[in-house]
Design a protein around this ligand. Structure first.
Ligand code: ARG
Length: 289
């Protein structure tokens, strides 16, 4: 079932390439909880997320993003508490969506619900075999010019998925090996920004991957973040035009982003950090800007 919070934008198409207003997919946290442990953030937090506070924080994020984008909603499902992290629904590009093939059985039930949403929305839907895990936009991010797809691997997504993505869209795919379990998805430690720069936390990657990143982004385009900001999910940022929406960050990083001309909107997302996610994980991009 599809519901839309913003009736004013109803007439706009959601998968059209020429849509000037970005479309985002979110999922209300009605059944959100930390009810299993599949990453280090969840350890010690079982049952500790406040549902009412999570709802307030999510609504604030949704309100902020609705001012800049067309936010579409997928109905949450009882028993799939992590469905709220729609970045893991799959990867959508050029009218095709690759539905995630979740690594952990705990999240595999979500696949059916996301697949149904995309089918109803008119996407061409592609699936990966179960033995090739791929966790969607959580591990796959386009460079700002849209020419290169960076794909993380090591914890969830398998490297063998990369060639499938490359062939499906005829795009350049560059793998990045994640080596710190706290940063188990690429979008927890790597954020290409719309001005061509990159926000990232180098210790989350192996040496070869850091070299690959540095060969692509010249020094002036690299914004290296501190461990403290990385632990606050600073890279887990939603960037729409000149605006960046993220969890709380240090004033030093906020300043660096402002100097680059970005407006920075911080939304407290403490309840979602308990499951290992923040702003970007709660959102899936449906259209390229
Ligand atoms: N508990 C979820 C998991 O471990 C959090 C997912 C966060 N999503 C993301 N795109 N980083 O799968």
């Amino acid at each position: 079932m599809i519901t839309e919070p913003d009736k004013e934008n109803e007439e706009e198409t959601i998968s059209g390439e020429n849509n000037p207003v970005p479309a985002l997919l979110m999922c209300p946290p009605r059944f959100y909880d930390v009810s299993y442990v599949i990453n280090p953030w969840m350890r010690g937090n079982l049952g500790k997320a406040s549902l009412s506070l999570a709802m307030q924080q999510w609504q604030k994020l949704c309100r902020v993003l609705s001012g800049m984008a067309h936010v579409l909603l997928v109905e949450p499902v009882a028993g799939s508490p992590d469905m709220v992290f729609t970045a893991n629904a799959g990867l959508a590009h050029a009218g095709i969506v690759v539905i995630s093939s979740f690594y952990y059985p705990e999240r595999q039930n979500e696949e059916t619900h996301f697949r149904r949403w995309f089918t109803d929305a008119g996407y061409r839907v592609a699936d990966l075999p179960r033995e090739i895990p791929f966790e969607g936009e959580g591990d796959a991010l386009f460079s700002s010019n849209g020419l290169r797809l960076w794909v993380g691997y090591g914890y969830r997504t398998r490297e063998s998925s990369h060639a499938i993505l490359r062939d499906l869209w005829a795009i350049e795919v560059a793998g990045l090996h994640l080596v710190d379990p706290r940063f188990y998805h690429l979008d927890t430690c790597f954020a290409p920004l719309k001005d061509g720069s990159l926000l990232y936390f180098p210790p989350a990657f192996d040496k070869t991957s850091v070299a690959r990143i540095e060969a692509y982004y010249p020094p002036a385009q690299r914004i290296v973040i501190s461990e403290e900001d990385a632990m606050s999910f600073a890279c887990n940022a939603v960037n729409i035009g000149k605006t960046i929406v993220l969890n709380r960050i240090s004033s030093e990083l906020e300043c660096k982003l402002k100097v680059r001309g970005f407006q920075v909107i911080q939304v407290e997302l403490s309840e979602f950090l308990k499951a290992g996610g923040a702003a970007k994980c709660l959102v899936m991009q449906l259209t390229p800007e």
